[in-house]
Design a protein around this ligand. Structure first.
Ligand SMILES: CC(C)=CC(=O)SCCNC(=O)CCNC(=O)[C@H](O)C(C)(C)COP(=O)(O)OP(=O)(O)OC[C@H]1O[C@@H](n2cnc3c(N)ncnc32)[C@H](O)[C@@H]1OP(=O)(O)O
Length: 258
């Protein structure tokens, strides 16, 4: 996987770490970078040695949005026929847990990329926003939908209509990010969180993710029914036997992902 040009891909234990790497453009998300992120996530999602996927940027920018210079000359037909940004949907269908470690700017597509992940950890210098309106467009990678689900209509409208940024504290209060850490500790904390998840039973972590995500797509009653069926199915796994036996024996579980 060393042929990537706009991202770095490393395997740290059971965690796949993708670092966006277009520093001169503040990690603006052009088609090449996006293709490489999608290829890397697809690869890691299939890799049995990987239990969680971490996506990060630099201390100055997670990503300052979709590449405006690349998009500026495009016509409606270019966008429509190429179904511009559709490839990003692949990230939403990753089955393994994904974590965004966000420092600096996460604007437009950068905020949307973070929201495509299951957990967002923010450095204390993080800034989130959907400033597309200032460019004469609207969010196009799910921002108006995922932001609204994360922070509610009032704040999503505020951000999408004014194009203002919110800092890490406001993002945490609003429920967009799960935790704020000092910028210097972001990667260590994010890797520790990803490692904790990757050391759980992989099939059970995948089921937990699938069950939480179902809540966005269905009624409460249907969601609870779905959760219960999946919960019942955990009793068909060796890892349920191991996890409960380990508790009774007062020892750490040794999951076998089976
Ligand atoms: C349309 C959809 C669906 C999604 C989108 O994401 S649209 C883009 C949304 N993002 C933005 O509007 C943010 C654009 N960037 C900025 O406002 C500023 O760069 C900043 C506030 C993030 C940082 O400002 P600063 O003064 O610190 O740095 P700059 O000199 O402005 O940037 C450095 C370097 O990066 C290039 N850059 C930054 N963002 C983008 C971008 N989204 N696309 C392309 N290039 C970007 C910027 O042009 C500059 O490079 P040059 O010096 O070579 O011009």
């Amino acid at each position: 996987m060393s042929d990537f040009e706009t991202i770095l891909l490393e395997r740290k234990g059971r965690v796949g770490v993708i670092t966006l790497n277009r520093p001169k453009a503040l990690n603006a998300l052009n088609a090449q970078l996006m293709g490489e992120v999608v290829a890397a996530v697809t690869d890691l999602d299939r890799d049995p040695e990987i239990g969680a996927i971490l996506i990060t940027g630099s201390e100055r920018a997670f990503a300052a949005g979709a590449d405006i210079k690349e998009m500026a000359p495009k016509s409606y037909m270019d966008m429509y026929l190429d179904d511009w940004f559709a490839a990003w949907d692949r990230l939403a269908s990753a089955r393994k847990p994904t974590i965004a470690a966000v420092a600096g700017y996460a604007l437009g597509g950068g905020c949307e990329l973070a929201m495509l992940c299951d957990i967002i950890l923010a450095a204390d210098n993080a800034k989130f926003g959907q400033p597309e309106i200032k460019l004469g467009v609207i969010p196009g990678i799910g921002g108006s939908q995922r932001l609204t689900r994360a922070v509610g209509k009032a704040k999503a409208m505020d951000l999408c209509l004014t194009g203002r940024n919110m800092d890490a504290e406001e993002a945490e209060r609003a429920g967009l990010v799960s935790r704020i850490v000092p910028a210097a500790d972001l990667l260590t904390e994010a890797l520790a969180t990803a490692t904790t998840i990757a050391e759980m039973s992989l099939p059970i972590a995948m089921m937990a993710k699938e069950s939480v995500n179902r809540s966005f797509e269905t009624t409460l009653a249907e969601g609870v029914r779905f959760e219960r069926r999946v919960f019942h199915s955990t009793f068909a796994t060796a890892d349920q036997k191991e996890g409960m036996a380990a508790f009774v024996d007062k020892r750490a579980p040794e999951f076998t992902n089976s």
